[in-house]
Design a binder for this molecule. Structure first.
Ligand code: GTP
Ligand code: SPV
Ligand code: MN
Length: 591
């Protein structure tokens, strides 16, 4: 119970629909965490890991058909279809409530409904948003406890303000993919998610509130909610340049946000500060510049491919207080995944709960995986050795550069700079990337993913581009916009660029451009580095690789422009005029 009348009324309504045996209001205390863990160990929902080697860590397996976000079951429910736009699935609100309501109905019988008051952003900050999630999953409560600021302090804040909150109802129901819906009702500030237990579908503060509802609120209130990491690059002088970068899911945000300077660049004495790894809320401050906060409090990161060489910061962070999902469980109650630290374990129980050892194949004669490719860890951001000390500053950090990027085996060069804010919006709007395991569906195919927001924009994407254009006009010296591609491959399918920590070499060029310290080569697609302006000290890669990484094929780009034209057609009248003129200008430059 609470003094907040609206909240009480809504909790009661949801309980009448779902019929839980019990309602528990979460206070966020350590005692509560331990009590819930105990219950989950007993039911098997969680497994306790070795407390010597991984203190405070637990292990969870999701249902096997529930291992990634399900974009085809994710909807924006606005009164008019126009509100959701051409890139979102749409349902009229009544229809959404009705369909999901049937699945929610009495689905919590025999279960407990937990009430989680949470704040995205520092509690009480004028730029934060409060949500309340109702869920029948202890796994969700324990994850929300890491990913958000939650519990008593937030409820107190909500009661004190008497203000609005995002109504987030989640139920596992029967975890049946045919009875799964992730619904957003931006006009009601409401989210309903039913039939899933997987992170992005159920930790409703993350993609659902901070991006889909957030972007909708951002347009109404004049700010931006983006699928971006935020990082600071500190020079020995102490000056820190902050960068925000949008890459699609599983394309390197967590890794870039906490990179360690590579050997050859260590002499320059850079330090990297991690502000956020997935979401940025950005607004124009009183100085007319763009400032960003990370509304989250934890990281829900991809495990496979993560090891002490590629990301020592995260490996240090996940040694304590971490929830591991869908990785390999070893006999000594520690964990492993493909691309993890050596040695490869001799055996273990895999993400499906099957006995695993190296070399086994599954029923399709494919190598049996230890971890699901989208296996994840949930870890408090304060565990990360490179965490910024500005996390609680309600102004956040000033953004000097915005970077877009994706996985593209061909076409896109290692880095280029947009000619202007408007051109940069075009570069972001036409981003494309190969699909990864973070979303349900075919992997590898290239799809357009504007600003890495295709699955996350809570309103008409055409209006979203318009909003970006409008904010650019309001800023004093808007950030410079860049595009990067760490994933270009050679003929044999090998990455041409070593990536990870070495990406700092590219960031260094980007920062020099922001400061006006280096020239660039003007090409039809944007400004590229002069070959010698990327510091390659200590990095031995063949010169021809560098040429390939910076090569622009006019023929390929003409094809790209034609494909962009096709993509733009899907927007019809919703496409801002400026996007059409940028495309025409690109085509002209390519001629
Ligand atoms: P989400 O949490 O889904 O939004 O993903 P993310 O963008 O934070 O991606 P993350 O940093 O977790 O990286 C995803 C995968 O890409 C991991 O397997 C990484 O090992 C791999 N990866 C990250 N950075 C690089 C890079 O610079 N080069 C290459 N080749 N792989 C990378
Ligand atoms: C992503 O898919 O972009 C993620 C993971 O960050 S999830 O929270 O599942 O959306
Ligand atoms: Mn993400």
């Amino acid at each position: 119970m609470t003094k907040h009348k609206e909240l009480n009324k809504w909790v009661k309504e949801c309980a009448e629909l779902c019929k839980p045996d019990k309602i528990v209001w979460c206070d966020g205390s350590l005692e509560e965490k331990e009590r819930l863990e105990k219950l989950a160990f007993k039911s098997g929902e969680l497994i306790k890991l070795s407390q010597q080697k991984l203190p405070g860590c637990t292990y969870h397996r999701t249902a096997q058909n529930d291992v990634a976000r399900t974009e085809h079951l994710t909807y924006i429910c606005t009164k008019h279809k126009q509100g959701a736009g051409p890139t979102n699935n749409w349902l009229p609100p009544e229809e959404g409530y009705r369909r999901a309501g049937e699945i929610f109905k009495e689905s919590m019988k025999g279960r407990t409904m937990y009430v989680i008051p949470y704040s995205m952003g520092p509690v009480g900050s004028p730029f934060s948003k409060i949500g309340v999630e109702l869920t029948d999953s202890i796994y969700v409560v324990l994850n929300m406890r890491i990913m958000t600021r939650m519990g008593k302090a937030v409820l107190d804040q909500l009661e004190k303000s008497g203000g609005d909150f995002t109504r987030c109802l989640h139920g596992k129901a029967d975890l049946d993919v045919d009875r799964r819906l992730i619904l957003h009702f931006p006009e009601d500030n409401t989210i309903w998610s039913v039939g899933s237990g997987y992170g992005g579908n159920v930790l409703l503060g993350k993609k659902c509130l901070s991006l889909r509802i957030g972007s909708y609120l951002g347009r109404a209130e004049g700010w931006l909610a983006e699928h971006m990491l935020i990082m600071g690059v500190e020079e020995p002088s102490g000056a820190i340049t902050y960068i925000a970068a949008a890459f699609p899911s599983a394309c390197g945000k967590t890794n870039l946000a906490m990179l360690l300077p590579p050997e050859g660049l260590k002499r320059k004495g850079y330090r990297i500060w991690t502000v956020g790894d997935d979401i940025a809320w950005m607004r124009i401050d009183t100085d007319g510049k763009l400032w960003a906060v990370n509304p989250e409090y934890g990281l829900f990161g991809v495990a496979p491919g993560t090891n002490t060489k590629t990301n020592p910061n995260i490996m240090a962070a996940i040694k304590k207080g971490t929830i591991y999902t869908n990785v390999l469980l070893k006999k000594d109650k520690t964990v492993w995944w493909e691309g993890g630290d050596p040695p490869v374990p001799a055996s273990g129980t895999n993400w499906q709960g099957k006995q695993w050892k190296p070399g086994l194949v599954d029923e399709n004669r494919q190598p049996m995986l230890a971890a699901h490719p989208n296996a994840r860890f949930t870890v408090p951001i304060q565990n990360v050795p490179s965490v910024t000390n500005r996390l609680e500053h309600h102004h956040g950090v000033p953004i000097a550069a915005i970077i877009f990027g994706g996985r593209r085996a061909r076409l896109a060069p290692l880095v280029y700079e947009a000619f202007s804010w408007q051109h940069g919006v075009f570069v972001g709007a036409t981003m494309a990337s190969e699909r990864t395991a973070a979303q349900f569906g075919a992997q590898g195919e290239v799809r357009r993913d504007p600003m890495a927001m295709l699955p996350f924009c809570g309103y008409n994407m055409g209006d979203y581009f318009r909003h970006w254009l409008a904010l650019g006009k309001k800023m004093v010296a808007p950030p410079k916009i860049f595009n990067v591609n760490w994933f270009r491959k050679d003929k044999d399918g090998k990455f041409l660029w070593p990536g990870f920590g070495e990406n700092l070499r590219v960031l260094e060029w980007i920062i020099s451009r922001c400061k006006g310290e280096v020239d660039a080569v003007r090409t039809p697609i944007g400004c590229l580095p002069h070959e010698n302006d990327i510091d390659m000290t200590g990095l031995r890669i063949p010169r021809e690789n560098m040429n390939k990484l910076l090569a622009i094929s006019k023929a390929d780009w003409k094809e790209e422009a034609a494909s962009i034209a096709e993509f733009f057609k899907t927007f019809g009248k919703d496409l801002p005029r400026e996007m059409g003129s940028e495309l025409a200008a690109l085509q002209k430059r390519l001629r």
